[in-house]
Design a protein around this ligand. Structure first.
Ligand code: ADP
Length: 310
């Protein structure tokens, strides 16, 4: 059964230290990473599109070309004169990574300013993905526009997936952050939180408390990710089920573990796999992703077979 998945958020230019002061350029961002892995896993009769906003400069052109080269569609991406993409730099010091961001005036902050365009993209899709980072970068009115579209999609029976992806540095104050994350979850049919973040910012004592809190908001399906401990599936009215993680011998880089899990899980779920099977597949993919450097690992390095010709 063919379908369309839409992921909404910010893709940034990534500069990673190569040798000395030389930098290697890439592109990444939580919702784009999820779109990338969903594209990798979905059959070719599914379309995956990304919604963001970029500028009209050369870097924006290059980012769009990169997104297209991964098979993710760019037809809904708006271009905004005078703005540029956000950028982050990864510093490596004694094997430890740290990040600096330049994103406070990025084009992506305007991704929901054209409400009609956003509605057209959502209406054309069967499955929609957004995160707490998507909400964090939007001005108050634009965040409300996005939430209204997500509620509308949920009411129309679409799968609306939300990963709280809590990043306190992106929010002006913790109470506002918690309120916005809660509204994001309320607008979703599936919430995919990471337990550490939920415990730190919502005070959940255990995974069951996270499940209960999101179920209490009217979220049908809750999938709590808990790193090496595995994931807890709470699907529909079923009792929560803990699935162990796939053992990883050497963790090389955990960037995008959660994003790759989300993309693979959704891809399998919406094409009819039972949730436990979708989660086991996603855990295997996430385990392979963290065995490699970078947010976006190629399918050849993940041991996935070549995609059959369409
Ligand atoms: P998030 O980044 O959203 O907090 P997690 O860190 O929980 O997500 O990682 C997402 C998924 O990646 C986990 O559910 C698990 O399947 C896999 N994963 C993450 N860390 C490990 C690890 N150390 N060993 C095995 N699997 C892991």
């Amino acid at each position: 059964m063919a379908g369309r998945l839409l992921s909404i958020g910010e893709c940034m230019v990534e500069l990673m230290q190569a040798e000395g002061d030389l930098m290697r350029k890439g592109y990444a961002g939580d919702t784009f990473n999820t779109a990338y892995y969903a594209r990798m896993v979905l059959p070719s009769d599914w379309q995956v599109d990304y919604v963001t906003a970029v500028g009209t400069d050369v870097v924006s052109d290059e980012m769009l070309a990169f997104i297209r080269s991964t098979g993710v569609g760019t037809q809904w991406i708006r271009r905004i004169e005078g703005r540029t993409p956000g950028l982050y730099m990864i510093h490596l010091k004694n094997g430890e990574r740290s990040f600096s961001y330049w994103r406070s005036a990025s084009a992506a902050r305007l991704l929901a300013d054209d409400a009609d365009a956003l509605r057209s993209a959502v209406e054309a899709s069967d499955v929609v993905v957004f995160t707490g980072i998507t909400l964090a970068i939007l001005a108050a009115g634009a965040a409300e526009t996005l939430l209204a579209e997500m509620r509308r999609a949920k009411a129309a029976g679409k799968t609306v997936a939300f990963d709280p992806n809590i990043r306190p540095r992106l929010w002006d104050d913790p109470a506002h952050m918690r309120a916005a994350i809660t509204e994001g979850a309320r607008a979703a049919t599936l919430v995919l939180p990471g337990f550490d973040d939920e415990a730190a910012h919502f005070g959940d004592a255990d995974v069951e408390a996270t499940v209960a809190r999101y179920r209490g908001l009217g979220v049908r399906d809750v999938v709590v990710k808990d790193g090496a401990k595995g994931v807890t599936l709470a699907i529909g009215d079923a009792a929560p089920l803990l699935l162990p993680a796939e053992p990883v011998e050497t963790v090389v880089d955990t960037t995008s573990a959660g994003d790759s899990f989300n993309g693979a899980f959704l891809a399998r779920l919406v094409t009819g796999a039972p949730p436990a099977e979708a989660a086991a597949f996603a855990a295997r993919l996430a385990a392979a992703v963290i065995g490699h450097h970078g947010a976006l690992v190629g399918r050849d390095r993940l041991g996935l077979p070549d995609r059959p010709a369409p």
